[in-house]
Design a protein around this ligand. Structure first.
Ligand code: PLP
Length: 459
């Protein structure tokens, strides 16, 4: 299609667009090397089950569940129909001082599947992972203030953490390119060190042995600032976007202990790890560590309609209620979005959660995980592969960077895989795989075969 100027027809949707570089120009693509993309565009026109279809008609095996979100596979009928029916019945309703049934139903459903025995009792809705993170950070700050501990204003993130792109998220996040051009960010933020220890943990299967002590850095940060000034610590239980960093054994437990000791809230950003990615509903359950707030997005609606959420552990919501009651009653939390609990997102969410349950997808993911692990580690010895990491149905495949051109090799492998019919995710020289949880053993074989060939064919 490149440079032909010929309109590209999509028979399914009867859409035509001119795919010459100039006409691809107006879309300023997010997190994309626009110049390169527009010279060699990769265009997806439809999806079903485990596959995408490209505009040249090729089938692309989805190795990444879109962007870690289509956990039940694409275009699943119950979700499609739920959204279709909902848009015809109630297209939009505000949730400021009003409500609609599906919002309450979805909140109940999420609370019902949250980790622990009735540990979590409220769900706040946003429209993305970034908004969920910013909401959770604001809830943490306001919670302490409601309890008379308004001096707790510091937020602690972690190096290499990705918490979306809002100012809150990039402030606690630890990815330099997402931070360096955007000014001073939030004040009063500090960072734990990341947990990537390749010298000791390279090629670890599942949770690495070394690194629990890195959680003790939180004690150092507490000693530096005064623990009574810290509101919350936020981490991804498994760091996804930065290249699949699996927490060392004991690390998350240690973080929890230190937070408890100092009255600090622990936030798990489960935007990726939520909804079966590790073979359990949530990473909190998988690792047996209970956070105070959980941020969610992506798999909550199977990626069909944007939605994010924050789950709050017992006592957090109550603190807001008590504070408001003390002044005779008022809005408890001055925060929310026009599209919080959008009816289409709620319909998609309810249908998605039902599908996960009916199809036993989390159990299916858990059952596939051993085969997945074998397939990942079979790449050991393939040229340029310097580390392999896995947990649940996630894998990080780290390549040696090319001398003087970090990221180039990773990008070329990503492109080669696309040409061969496999969608991967690339961050620098790290390839990530996180397929829909409906994957069958043959998909795993195919995925790793295509990836292996792609790595081998790139210098
Ligand atoms: N938090 C984590 C852990 C994520 O992986 C992401 C996105 O990948 C986000 C937050 C941001 O989500 P969104 O892109 O929906 O804003």
């Amino acid at each position: 299609m490149e440079g032909t100027g010929a309109p590209t027809a999509d028979p399914q949707f009867d859409v035509q667009f001119d795919a010459t570089p100039n006409n691809l120009e107006p879309f300023w693509m997010p997190f994309t090397w626009n110049r390169e993309y527009k010279k060699r565009p990769k265009v997806i026109v439809s999806a079903e089950g485990m596959n995408y279809t490209a505009n040249d008609g090729r089938t692309i095996l989805d190795g990444t569940a879109g962007l870690w979100c289509a956990n039940a596979g694409h275009a699943r009928k119950p979700i499609v129909e739920a959204v279709q029916q909902q848009v015809a019945k109630l297209d939009y309703a505000p949730t400021f001082q009003l409500g609609h049934p599906l919002a309450f139903q979805l909140a109940s459903r999420l609370i019902g599947m949250a980790p622990g025995e009735e540990e979590f009792d409220h769900a706040f809705f946003a429209n993305s992972g970034s908004e969920a993170v910013d909401s959770a950070l604001k809830i943490a700050l306001a919670y302490h203030r409601a309890r008379g501990e308004g001096q707790r204003t510091r937020l602690i993130g972690r190096e290499r953490g990705y918490h979306g792109v809002g100012f809150g998220g990039i402030s606690v996040g630890g990815i330099v390119n997402n931070r360096r051009k955007f000014g001073q960010l939030l004040a009063g933020v500090d960072h734990l060190p990341h947990t990537h220890l390749p010298e000791q943990n390279a090629f670890a299967r599942g949770q690495p042995e070394h690194g629990a002590h890195l959680a003790d850095e939180l004690e150092r940060i507490c000693a530096l600032h005064g623990p009574e000034t810290i509101a919350a610590v936020i981490v991804e239980p498994v760091a996804g976007s930065t290249g699949v960093l699996v927490p060392p054994k004991g690390y998350l437990q240690r973080l929890r202990e230190i937070c408890d000791k100092h009255g600090i809230l622990l936030i798990f950003d489960e935007v990726i790890t939520g909804f079966g990615r590790l073979g359990s509903s949530f990473a909190a359950e998988h690792f047996g560590v209970m956070p105070d707030l959980i941020t969610l997005a992506k798999g909550i609606t199977n990626g069909t309609v944007p939605m994010g959420a924050v789950l709050a552990r017992k006592g957090i919501y109550d603190a807001f209620i008590e504070e408001a009651d003390a002044v005779g009653g008022t809005i408890e939390l001055f925060h929310g979005y026009t599209y919080s609990a959008h009816p289409l997102a709620c319909a998609a969410g309810l249908a998605t959660l039902e599908l996960y349950k009916q199809d036993g997808l989390f159990e299916h993911a858990a059952a596939l995980a051993p085969q997945w692990e074998e397939a990942v580690h079979a790449l050991k010895g393939v040229k340029n592969v310097v580390d392999l990491r896995n947990i649940g149905l996630v894998a990080g495949i780290e390549l040696a960077p090319r001398e003087g051109a970090p990221g180039q090799r990773g990008y070329e492998v990503f492109t080669r895989a696309w040409d061969k019919g496999l969608l991967t995710r690339v961050t620098g020289d790290i390839l990530a795989l996180s397929p829909p949880l409906i994957a069958e053993p043959r998909h795993i074989d195919q995925m790793f075969q295509l990836l292996k060939e792609s790595i081998e064919e790139v210098d």
